[in-house]
Design a protein around this ligand. Sequence first.
Ligand SMILES: NC(=O)C1=CN([C@@H]2O[C@H](COP(=O)(O)OP(=O)(O)OC[C@H]3O[C@@H](n4cnc5c(N)ncnc54)[C@H](OP(=O)(O)O)[C@@H]3O)[C@@H](O)[C@H]2O)C=CC1
Ligand SMILES: CC(=O)[C@@H](O)[C@H](O)COP(=O)(O)O
Ligand SMILES: [Mn+2]
Length: 392
Amino acid sequence: MRTKKIAILGSTGSIGTQTLDVIKKDGDIQVLGLTTHVNIELLEEQIEVFSPQVVGVFNSDKAIELQRKLKQKGSKVEVITGIEGLITVATLSEAEMIVTAVVGMIGLLPTIEAIKAGKTIALANKETLVTAGELVMNLAKKYNTPILPVDSEHSAIFQCLRGNEATSISRLILTASGGPFRDYTKEQLREVTVEQALKHPNWVMGSKITIDSATLMNKGLEVIEAKYLFDVEASQIDVVVHKESIIHSMVEYKDGSTIAQLGVPDMRHPIAYALYYPERKEAEYIHRLDWTKLSALSFSPPKKDLFPCLDLAYEALKIGGTMPTVLNATNEIVVESFLKKHLPFNEIPTIIHNAMEKHICINSPSLDDILKSDEWAREWSRKKVEACWQKL
Ligand SMILES: NC(=O)C1=CN([C@@H]2O[C@H](COP(=O)(O)OP(=O)(O)OC[C@H]3O[C@@H](n4cnc5c(N)ncnc54)[C@H](OP(=O)(O)O)[C@@H]3O)[C@@H](O)[C@H]2O)C=CC1
Ligand SMILES: CC(=O)[C@@H](O)[C@H](O)COP(=O)(O)O
Ligand SMILES: [Mn+2]
């Protein structure tokens, strides 16, 4: 049996740990590199089990601490800090595939370097495509590098597209759980707490994406991600609330037929699909749907007036250029602030909207334009949050 060699960016997070779980179950993938931001305790355990060559620890104090611990144990694993650590792991010469499971646009530069180094990308890090979708996809074409979606909706669409011509697509239908507040009124939404927002009805995920699900920004980011991954028009991407999260997304074809991908909500399925693509690997550990107990699959339109982030994402996509970059960067700042309890829930879309209004959009941006727009949006929204915090 051939052993596939991979590296994982963000191995200590929700997607990272589930990727390692899949790998442990199958035993036919070798892990050459791992990275974390600060969680060196978990990284140390992962080093014990998977024996990578190199690890990246973004935080420099934590990197030094880990280096010291590993030295004491006589370990030969190399530790690299900062963005250099992420890029080194993303471009390890022997690795064929990179799983991008970091959260946020910090994943952009390592992903670009991995593409240039010809690595297959198993992409969970949606902020990368939202920030620089056109640039990343153009690079992937230039370097002939496959980008395999890990996000459950995009994996579903990818699976539904197999064996069909892209030209026969009528529309993509992304399913949304609606998040924990899908049945809340406008008044109730004013009072929601971080603790409530962190309780996703169907998935256990990292805190940033969980808040994005609660605002429906996750679906907005996924609309942009779908546009770039599948090269369709924004008008061809619809969102429907499906609270059971059993149908992971659908493709409607020109002949009126719709193909959907269904399964229990378990990220190990889309992760394994990307890891082993084009093979479908035996996965006894994934629970099967019990059709006799599934009494109903429900659908309803998203409440766009109560959750304006979805429309903001469509708007950013329509404007194009650096507008999705600004949408993403502002969202990262306001979500972080909400999680720190420095910002109320209903200020999230307001600040993003204001940032988009203020931004002077650059069309066909270079990487430098993108990085500068990202920086501008972060600075601008930090000031807005600060002003809001003073008033609270
Ligand atoms: N969780 C899920 O089910 C799904 C997630 N996704 C997407 O996958 C990505 C990862 O999500 P998720 O696993 O939930 O996130 P988590 O917050 O659980 O994990 C994020 C990982 O990235 C690391 N990290 C965070 N910030 C930095 C930084 N500045 N520099 C370097 N590394 C960093 C974290 O390290 P540390 O542990 O030290 O904080 C951790 O390893 C996101 O883009 C998300 O939208 C998509 C679909 C489903
Ligand atoms: C598991 C996954 O892919 C998440 O993006 C999930 O879809 C979030 O659920 P929402 O539909 O609530 O955004
Ligand atoms: Mn998703």
